[in-house]
Every structure is written in C-alpha cells, then in structure tokens.
Ligand binder design. Sequence first.
Ligand code: SF4
Ligand code: FES
Length: 268
Amino acid sequence: MNTVTAPAQQHSKHLKDITLKVWRQTGPDDRGHFETYRIDTISDEASFLEMLDVLNEKLIAEGREAVVFDHDCREGICGTCSLMIDGQAHGPQRGTATCQLHMRKFQSGAEIVIEPWRAAAFPIIKDLMVDRSAFDRIVESGGYITAATGGAPDANLIPIPKPVADASMDAAACIGCGACVAACPNGAANLFTAAKIAHLNLLPQGQPERFKRVEAMVEKMDEYFGSCTNHGECEAACPKKISIDVIALMNRDYRKAKFKNRKELSVR
Ligand code: SF4
Ligand code: FES
C-alpha cells in the first residue's frame, strides 16, 4: 500500500465583503470627509496596500478618482506608508509598518476605517498623504559628523563595545514614518528625534558634535511639535519597536549641553 502522502497544500483564503471607510480630502484647505467603499473579495495574502491598489483599480475603472496614499519600498524600510487603521497607527499588528500588514489580520465582513496621520505638524496634502517635511527640518538641523574623508577606514579601527553598537543600531532602525507623532496625544516627535540623535551620540564618531547636535535638534523639534508627557504611545505604535529609553538619553544630553553652555559663558 502506498503510504506516501502529498505535501501539505497551503491554500490562501479569500475575505469577502470588506467595507472601507476612507478619508477623502481634495487638498490642505478642504474640510475632508469619509467615503465608504466595498471590496467584494480579497485574498488574505494581499498586503494592506495591495488591497488599496485593488480599490484604486476599481475606482479608476468606474471613472472615479483614486485614493491618494504614500508608499515606496513596500518592505518596511522607507517609512513613507503612513495610515491610521481603525484608530491605530500602522494598524493592529505590533512592530509592523502598514506595507507589511496583511489582510489575514482582518475578518470577512470587517469594516476598516482608514485615515491619514492626524498631527498639526503633518498637514494633509491630499486624502491619506501628509507632509512630513518637519522631520526633515529636524534632521537638517543636526548637521554633519566630523569624519576624515579618503579611503574607507578598516572596520575594526575604532573599537566599539558590542552593547553600544547594538543600542546605536536599534536607534538607527527608525524609518521616519511619523507613527510616533500620530499616536501621541500631544503630537510630540520625541521618539523620532531621540532615535536620530541616539544613533550618532552613542558612537565615538558622533562625539565631536554631540552637544551641539542635541541642542539644535531638540530646539528645531520644539518649533513644530508638541511636548512629551511620557504617555508611551509612541513606543507602542513604532513599527521598529524603538524604546523610549532613547528619549531619556536625549533629555540627558540636552541638559548637559545647556549646562555646558552656561559654564562656557561664565568662563568668558
Ligand atoms: S521612532 Fe518609530 S514611529 Fe517614530 S518615526 Fe521612527 S520608526 Fe516611525
Ligand atoms: S512603503 Fe516603505 S516602509 Fe512602508
């Protein structure tokens, strides 16, 4: 008797009757409103953005305007995908950017509410797309790091303890998506700014400009964003699971920078 069984087949399921309530806004000055759409059937293997692609193909075929949303890499790297899904930044799956969320997270018959980031510092451009250039202003204000130009130095030339290298790499995982701001009741950008500061300030290469950098970046952040009151929503929403410990590091360095300035002024 032949006892060999066929390899297990992986069958994808199809979700039926998904209702989408999508924020539509023609431009920054429009008040905006929700529109309701139906997706009759969609594979649970489709990503959330692929589901929106299906919606847009349907809208275009009907002669209607496609929903505008930001995306680029679709693999959790670029940070452009930025949707509030059922009131959660990047949706229901922790540590996952919108582009990596799959429809298997939802049930047939689900109603899904899709909004843009809601934050004063991220004005809506159209529909689900926001202007996150305030983040660029913060990064620009940080300036450069002092590094000798020329041939690439040997990788082991500057010894860096493993825990320090790991902490720096963890902070460098920030993709600048803005979920931390969107999730924060104060619209604060402390997690983003602190991550950008920490990945340089922890390393030997980041030391020459350490205090100048933290001062400039924190003060630029304060021009656009609200204040941190330790809610911790940013950490919960971050698709890269960046720890709020980096905020403590930023606050420490900022105070040291201010103290240093005061001392230098009193010496003059
Ligand atoms: S800290 Fe996290 S949530 Fe904030 S911008 Fe970076 S990756 Fe996005
Ligand atoms: S599209 Fe690049 S991180 Fe989502």
